[in-house]
Write a protein that binds this ligand. Structure first.
Ligand code: NAG
Ligand code: NAG
Ligand code: NAG
Ligand code: NAG
Ligand code: NAG
Length: 336
């Protein structure tokens, strides 16, 4: 037997041997508290050993609860501060339980091992607690399609491991926070791939400081807010961008020429704004396949000759309606 097989056997044996372990007492108490305030918990949630007797949706390691995954279970109730004791929890996914409501407790900030906080499509409301910024391992923060209000906590900029930031489809107000001498901001999220902030009521301008060449963003989705001012030319610094949605806001002024250097953009929505000046030159976007610039106030111009050089462009919504070939499949891909 090679050393790899031996290691495998040792790991397998150690797992077999840990199965009967009793659940940590504080972890059981926390789950029991959730069980008591929730309706429709899974039928396997009986007894006092969630790890040993395998409560549905619960995963453990060394008697500690590491994952709670209860998407689409019809759960009803709220999230109590008792979750604070689950200090080894890495994944909390309660998505698509419309009956889960109330605020997200500030104690969520005590779950230092949390990597995935996924509460998509529930009915949570109130402000997003600033304590979320003290979860150093958080990689996915998906709070989309809830009823969150208030502004985006600047502390989110503290989440250096963040891959996905999805706050779309809530009732968030205020401006997009960028760092100051004393507070963090979203400009610090240089490893994050997704900024999904669409379908809120965010206002003010996009601070030029938000974007820099160190960023790795592929999706910037800011559509359907109340953002104003001009599109910052710094957007052109984020060379990794693939999908840009700024539509349905109140952007004005001309489109900065820097966006022509975004060579990986395949989908861009600038529609339903008040953009003026000449149509942007987009010849630097060789993979652009979907472009919507309709309902703006661009200068009346002839069909720009460079448009025909965009080999991959299959769908164009713009000022010339004849060139309108809607593609539903593309739309649904780009707006998850
Ligand atoms: C939880 O985090 C602590 C330190 O923050 C670490 O020592 C521990 O190994 C982590 N637990 C798991 C299961 O990763
Ligand atoms: C930033 O993260 C660190 C480490 O987790 C934490 O101590 C600090 O309070 C956080 N700051 C903010 C503003 O959230
Ligand atoms: C524009 O955004 C508002 C919310 O800001 C939304 O209610 C409306 O449906 C959006 N319209 C379009 C065409 O996307
Ligand atoms: C054009 O955009 C403005 C601003 O977003 C919006 O209020 C208006 O409803 C849009 N018009 C059409 C026809 O979509
Ligand atoms: C458009 O931009 C390209 C660079 O991508 C440049 O070579 C070209 O001259 C520009 N065309 C016009 C009409 O400005």
């Amino acid at each position: 037997m090679g050393p790899r097989i031996l290691v495998f056997l040792a790991v397998a044996l150690s797992q077999v041997c840990t199965i009967p372990a009793m659940t940590d007492g504080a972890d059981f108490t926390a789950l029991k508290a959730l069980k008591d305030i929730w309706k429709n918990v899974p039928p396997t949630w009986v007894g006092s050993d969630p790890c040993g007797s395998r409560w549905e949706g619960i995963l453990c390691a060394n008697s500690r609860v590491t994952s709670i995954t209860l998407a689409s279970m019809g759960l009803k109730g709220s999230l109590s501060g008792d979750i604070q004791s689950l200090s080894e929890l890495q994944i909390l996914d309660l998505s698509y339980n419309k009956g889960l409501s109330g605020p997200l407790p500030s104690a969520i900030g005590d779950l230092k091992n949390l990597t995935n906080l996924i509460l998509v499509g529930c009915s949570f409301c109130g402000p997003i607690p600033g304590s979320i910024g003290s979860l150093p391992l958080l990689a996915s923060l998906s709070l989309n399609s809830n009823g969150f209000t208030g502004s985006i906590p600047p502390s989110i900029g503290n989440l250096t491991s963040l891959y996905l930031l999805d706050l779309a489809d809530n009732r968030l107000t205020g401006t997009i926070p960028v760092s100051t001498a004393t507070t963090p901001g979203l400009d610090l999220l240089v490893h994050t791939k997704h900024f999904h902030l669409g379908l809120n009521q965010l206002s003010g301008t996009i601070p030029p400081k938000l974007f820099s060449s160190e960023m790795k963003l592929i999706h910037v989705l800011f559509e359907s807010n109340k953002l104003t001012g001009s599109i910052p030319s710094t957007l052109g610094l984020v060379k990794t961008l693939e999908v840009v949605r700024l539509d349905n806001n109140s952007f004005r002024g001309s489109v900065p020429s820097s966006i022509n250097s975004l060579t990986s953009v395949s989908t861009m929505f600038l529609s339903n704004n008040d953009l003026t000046g000449p149509l942007p030159n987009l010849t630097g976007m060789p993979v652009l396949t979907y472009l919507d610039m309709s309902n703006n106030s661009f200068d009346d111009t002839e069909f720009p000759p460079w448009l025909s050089t965009l080999q991959s462009l299959t769908t164009l919504y713009g000022y010339i309606m004849v060139l309108c070939f809607p593609s539903q499949s593309k739309l649904s891909h780009t707006h998850p």
